[in-house]
Design a protein around this ligand. Structure first.
Ligand SMILES: Nc1ncnc2c1ncn2[C@@H]1O[C@H](COP(=O)(O)OP(=O)(O)O)[C@@H](O)[C@H]1O
Ligand SMILES: [Mg+2]
Length: 406
């Protein structure tokens, strides 16, 4: 190759010239204004022309500002050009450089000013072709960018779907709360109607039967018949009372939640033959929750005790009702076989789901767990601020009242 080698003045320079010509790093000498004074063989090859054609070209003209794959650049934002203008050193990675044939390659560039007597005399510019690496990185960047865009658009779709799902869930919850409220109203109405209509008919029948019995003193077999009819009627009265209480215990409406819970706990414990009892920790001094909140608390409590009776195989149950953390706390602990993880996570455990949802509707929560020592602990908490402490007289009345009968 015909190269304009630097003047050989000192012994040993021929060795330096050989190094310059045989290194694979492109080396250029530029004058203070950026014109090429010297290019080594590697630089000539990179720039795509014989050194003679390159000398005198301004390096600034080989740094493209307009790029096919990106927005145009301002020369002030191109570090290499800025450093040339300011006469200082620069290290630039992946700078695009235009070859003589117009093609562009990416080079890592080192620019170093050389001063003579403190004045800028020329620059040394080294160029290493990194197009391959750069293309690989560029490809990586593009793939990453595409992936990020796809992830972003999938995330947006998912977020939308999730919002929709949340909205549907919320509507279902409202619907279920509404249905529950309607069901509760129906139960109250049916209980009232059975009480008023059937109750009064049964009482009238009993009176009529007594009247009849009194007039049949001399007809032994008819007296026996009326006595058996009276027994049947008495059973019917008890049965009707039970049905009414199952539908809606009147004690809840007449004496409030504390009394209703105490009564129900005693009934449930007696019916299931369990040990243990209910402790109303300091609540009887306070007016109980009323209306829908009282109904929800009562229904949750009923489900807790039903589950103990039906599933726990327990011999004893401890019930605690108290005011905790600005709310009403109900804890039912049995010493039975313990609830299974399957039952807890089963979406078809409708009794449990009903408890969760009822509490949630009022801003409360229910937690259920198997106890380490065996058995199950169910805790419900419902936000509730008792409006006022009851007077001592009213509290005593509640404690001594017996549950309302039919
Ligand atoms: N106190 C408990 N002890 C043991 N298992 C329980 C207890 N409470 C509930 N379970 C289990 O959880 C399941 C789901 O309860 P629940 O949703 O109330 O449904 P259901 O009472 O109608 O069977 C029950 O079938 C039972 O296996
Ligand atoms: Mg149940």
């Amino acid at each position: 190759m015909n190269l304009p080698l630097p003047e050989v003045r000192r012994p040993g320079m021929i060795g330096t010239a050989s190094v310059l010509e045989h290194t694979r790093t492109g080396l250029c000498q530029l004058d203070a204004s950026g014109r090429l004074l010297y290019v080594n063989a590697a630089a000539a090859q990179l720039l795509g022309a014989e050194p003679a054609r390159l000398l005198g070209l301004r390096i600034q003209d080989l740094v493209p500002l307009r790029r096919a794959d990106g927005p145009p650049r301002q020369s002030e934002s191109v570090e290499l050009l800025l450093a040339l203008r300011e006469g200082r050193a620069a290290t630039v990675e992946g700078e695009p450089i235009t070859r003589i044939d117009g093609q562009v390659f990416q080079a890592d560039c080192l620019l170093d000013p050389v001063r003579v007597g403190g004045v800028l005399d020329h620059f040394i510019l080294s160029l290493v072709d990194v197009s391959k690496r750069w293309r690989a990185e560029e490809h990586g960047r593009r793939v990453r960018c595409e992936l990020e865009q796809r992830v972003a658009s999938r995330s947006a779709e998912l977020r939308e779907a999730l919002d929709e799902l949340n909205a549907v869930t919320e509507r279902l919850r409202e619907l279920s709360a509404h249905a529950e409220c309607a069901r509760e109203n129906d139960r109250s109405r049916i209980a009232r109607e059975i009480h008023d209509e059937l109750g009064s008919v049964l009482v009238a029948l009993k009176l009529d039967l007594s009247w009849l019995g009194n007039r049949l003193q001399d007809r032994a077999e008819l007296v026996t018949k009326t006595a058996s009819m009276r027994r049947l009627l008495d059973n019917a009265v008890v049965e009707v009372g039970r049905i009414i209480t199952d539908l809606r215990p009147s004690i809840l409406d007449h004496q409030g939640l504390w009394a209703a819970m105490e009564w129900h706990a005693q009934e449930a414990i007696r019916a299931a033959g369990l040990g243990g009892g209910i402790d109303l920790v300091g609540v009887s001094g306070y007016g109980p929750p009323e209306g829908a909140l009282a109904t929800a608390a009562y229904r949750i409590f009923q489900e807790m005790l039903n589950n103990v009776a039906r599933h726990a195989h327990a011999t004893s149950v401890d019930i605690r009702v108290g005011l905790e953390d600005g709310g009403l706390e109900i804890v039912v602990e049995d010493n039975g076989r313990g609830i299974s993880a399957d039952a807890l996570s089963n979406p078809r455990s409708y009794g449990l789901v009903g408890m969760y949802e009822r509490a949630r509707h009022f801003g409360g929560r229910v937690s259920i767990a198997a106890r380490g020592k065996g058995g199950t602990r169910v805790r419900a908490w419902l936000p509730f601020e008792p409006a006022f402490p009851l007077t001592a007289h009213a509290a005593m009345e509640i404690e001594h009242d017996s549950p309302a009968d039919l």
